[in-house]
Design a binder for this molecule. Structure first.
Ligand SMILES: *Cc1c(COP(=O)(O)O)cnc(C)c1O
Length: 408
């Protein structure tokens, strides 16, 4: 039997004995990656449409990225924020090109970026009401995912995330995505400091915020002096075909959280803040030892260099319609298995009528890595530089696997 889901390598044994049990046991050990492909410890090759959960924006081991971080590692890795480092300044300036005038605060992950947004909301609420602890409400979307820290969990209205960790932060309420009337009711001019939502919900099952809804919500926020905070941690950095997915709607967020794709695999998170909110954080009000380190900022600069140099935004926009169409073809061919295909660009959710987990396992066996979402969908998240042949290959593998799925 050459069932690669039962690896007997040392890594598996070490995981069994020593690695914490907060993840379900991984079926394979990955040892190498190149472009859109990864290899496991048995030498088996996979088309990587998991991309480290929407992280590896330019695939594995891109030569420019490798060169830039290797050179920087030999020069200067970390100095803390007691001192300036050149890559952090350059990266902030570069992000301002995509976000607009304003300021960037660096951190190390998505959850940390959202923590910074929540602290920004508190400072805004204090300024707005004239006192601390009066105006701190945050309205989030149902099915949202904003991370696993206490702030992130509090902003994530899902029982499976919050269970066991209460009491959480207070002041959070949830309204259904794309239902402006519900948000109108949920947002209080005196008690709400901010709304926080993903332009495309990822972990929740790939649900897109409609452009008209985002525009109406922003207008509502302006009237009630409520911060319009957008979590682009998963859908940003080109994944949806624009640098940020909210750009399709023409809204201008007051602040944006980003992480996943930004470092191309090197951990980095950031928030961008629009004026005048970018002055809310003052010396001493927030900080992190590692945030904006020279090596992390260099990795992000390399990702942006490749996105721009290889015109990847245009490429995602140009290539995704045919790929989506092919996936929709599968939905037509297997109506008992596929409910619908959702998403934008290279952030696709294949909503299933059956449990996605065994299908994801079968896809892996067949050589395609994908990510389940909320027990309802299978996410396909190719790197932005995936070739048309690789996109077509993903559909072929999916087709082959679905043909073998038994329905009850
Ligand atoms: C992944 C994710 C987070 C959390 O990011 P971490 O780096 O895992 O802390 C927050 N929001 C969204 C939308 C995400 O997809």
């Amino acid at each position: 039997m050459s069932d690669s889901s039962h690896t007997s390598d040392d890594t598996a044994a070490l995981y069994t004995q020593h690695v914490a049990h907060n993840y379900s046991t991984p079926a394979i050990s990955l040892v190498r990656g190149e472009g859109t492909w990864v290899w496991d410890s048995n030498g088996k090759k996979y088309l990587d449409f998991a991309s480290g959960i929407a992280v590896n924006a330019i695939g594995h081991a891109h030569p420019t990225w490798v060169k830039r971080i290797s050179e920087q590692a030999a020069k200067l890795v970390h100095v803390s924020n007691l001192y300036r480092n050149e890559p952090q300044g350059k990266l902030a300036a570069k992000l301002a090109k995509y976000c607009g005038a304003g300021r960037v605060l660096f951190c190390n992950s998505g959850a940390e970026a959202n923590e910074a947004l929540l602290k920004l909301a508190r400072l805004h609420g204090k300024k707005k009401s004239g006192a601390e602890g009066k105006c701190f409400g945050v309205v989030v979307a149902e099915r949202a995912f904003h991370g696993r820290t206490f702030g992130g969990m509090s902003a994530t209205p899902q029982e499976k995330i919050q269970n066991g960790f209460r009491p959480l932060l207070t002041g959070f309420s949830a309204a259904p995505l794309n239902d402006i009337k519900a948000w109108d009711k949920a947002i209080s001019a005196t008690e709400t400091a901010a709304v926080l939502l993903e332009t495309i919900q990822g972990e929740g099952g790939v649900f897109v915020a409609e452009p008209a809804f985002l525009r109406d919500l922003q207008a509502l926020c302006k009237v009630r002096n409520v911060l319009f905070l957008i979590d682009e941690i998963q859908c940003g950095i080109g994944r949806a075909g624009k640098f940020f997915a909210y750009e399709y709607s023409g809204v201008k967020p007051d602040a944006i959280a980003m992480a996943k794709g930004l470092g191309g695999g090197f951990p980095i998170g950031a928030i961008w803040m629009a004026p005048p909110h970018d002055e809310l954080f003052q010396p001493g009000s927030h900080g992190t030892t590692f945030g904006g380190g020279a090596l992390a900022a260099t990795a992000a600069l390399a990702v942006l260099e490749v996105i721009e140099g290889e015109k990847l935004l245009a490429r995602v926009e140009a290539q995704s319609p045919a790929w989506h169409e092919a996936l929709n073809g599968l939905a037509k061919k297997y109506p008992a298995l596929i409910k619908e295909v959702r998403g934008l660009g290279y952030m696709v959710g294949v909503a299933m009528n059956v449990d996605p987990l065994p299908v994801v396992a079968a896809l892996r066996e067949a050589g395609l890595l994908a990510v389940p979402a909320s027990g309802i969908a299978i996410r396909l998240l190719p790197p932005l530089n995936a070739s048309t042949a690789e996109l077509a290959e993903s559909v072929k593998i999916f087709d082959r696997v679905l043909a073998g799925v038994k329905t009850a």
